[in-house]
Design a protein around this ligand. Structure first.
Ligand SMILES: Nc1ncnc2c1ncn2[C@@H]1O[C@H](COP(=O)(O)OP(=O)(O)OP(=O)(O)O)[C@@H](O)[C@H]1O
Length: 288
């Protein structure tokens, strides 16, 4: 494993600067709301706090607002209420460049990505960092380590557009790792990954010395990856807290409209689901 993944976790406000990569940063959202101009809020009342190095899974049914919340965290959507703080600073008080040194995002691929080679894609992760001779050497090392870590070095000269879904996903994660942020935000990072790469992604996320926020549909994976979970439904925060205390059958029923049985599996949890019984009137037993 490359050395940079083993840098020590540092504390919020410890003075870790933007050019001192590898220090995990605290992340906080306070009474956050966002919606398109003139339209109802798509998310509201979202509050959570993560210490440096904590990992958060955002879960919820389709359309709950998970990606919308992520967009607020990586400074794409400016909140209409509330605030997002990284290392104690409102992300909108930072320049885009400084914000990008603190928070990196792994999203589903964007149309603009297709014009580049894999090497160019991962190099782009260094854009927010300082240039200069020593900066260039550090950048080259960070890019090489990220590509090696995600097993995409052999694809360096390939056009991104020609890769498989799983290869693209690994390149996008490599680009974010090359950025060496204090907070890493990911949108369904295991989409497209085969079984082995899915397990490796879990191991990777658990091993990174960064604060991590990831959306996930799979609660088993959420329990494997994250210490904390935030449950959204229809833009509302249903719960936030430690995974094992929060993902209880009653909450899963009210959030996802399924019955769940939860069993311990090693240090993690295993979830089994079934649809609620239908009553004679066709409604679900859960009353929804
Ligand atoms: N810019 C926007 N303008 C209008 N509606 C939007 C906008 N962005 C998202 N939405 C709507 O807001 C809701 C939440 O979308 P979002 O993508 O955040 O949900 P999600 O929880 O990530 O869903 P999924 O699990 O299906 O990926 C959806 O109904 C979506 O259509």
């Amino acid at each position: 494993m490359p050395g940079w993944t083993r840098r020590p976790v540092t504390q919020t406000g410890s003075g870790v600067g933007p050019d001192d990569p590898g220090g995990a940063l605290g992340l906080e959202a306070s009474d956050l709301a966002w919606g398109p101009p003139g339209r109802p809020h798509l998310i509201s009342g979202v509050s959570f706090s993560l210490a440096p190095g904590e990992r958060l899974a955002i879960v919820g049914p389709n359309g709950a607002g998970k990606s919308t919340l992520l967009r607020c965290l990586y400074r794409l959507h400016r909140p209409v209420a509330g605030v997002v703080r990284v290392d104690g600073a409102d992300v909108w008080s930072l320049s885009p460049r400084l914000a990008a040194r603190r928070v990196a995002a792994v999203l589903q691929e964007a149309p603009g990505d297709f014009a580049f080679t894999v090497q160019e894609m991962v190099d782009a992760g260094r854009t927010p960092h300082a240039a200069g001779f020593s900066g260039r050497a550090a950048s080259a090392r960070a890019v090489e380590a990220a590509m090696r870590r995600m097993e995409v070095s052999h694809l360096a000269g390939r056009a991104f557009a020609t890769l498989s879904g799983g290869e693209k996903q690994r390149v996008l994660i490599a680009r974010a790792l090359a950025q060496q942020p204090g907070v890493l935000v990911l949108d369904e990072p295991t989409n497209h990954l085969d079984i082995r790469h899915r397990l490796e992604a879990v191991e990777l996320l658990r091993g990174l010395r960064m604060t991590i926020v990831t959306t996930l549909h799979d609660l088993d994976m959420a329990a494997d990856v994250a210490g904390k979970v935030l449950v959204l439904r229809a833009g509302r925060q249903m719960a936030f807290g430690p995974v094992s205390e929060t993902l209880r059958p009653a909450l899963i029923r009210s959030s996802f409209d399924v019955e769940a049985e939860i069993a311990p599996r090693g240090l993690s949890l295993r979830f089994d689901y079934r649809l609620p019984e239908r009553r004679a009137d066709g409604k679900m037993e859960s009353g929804e």
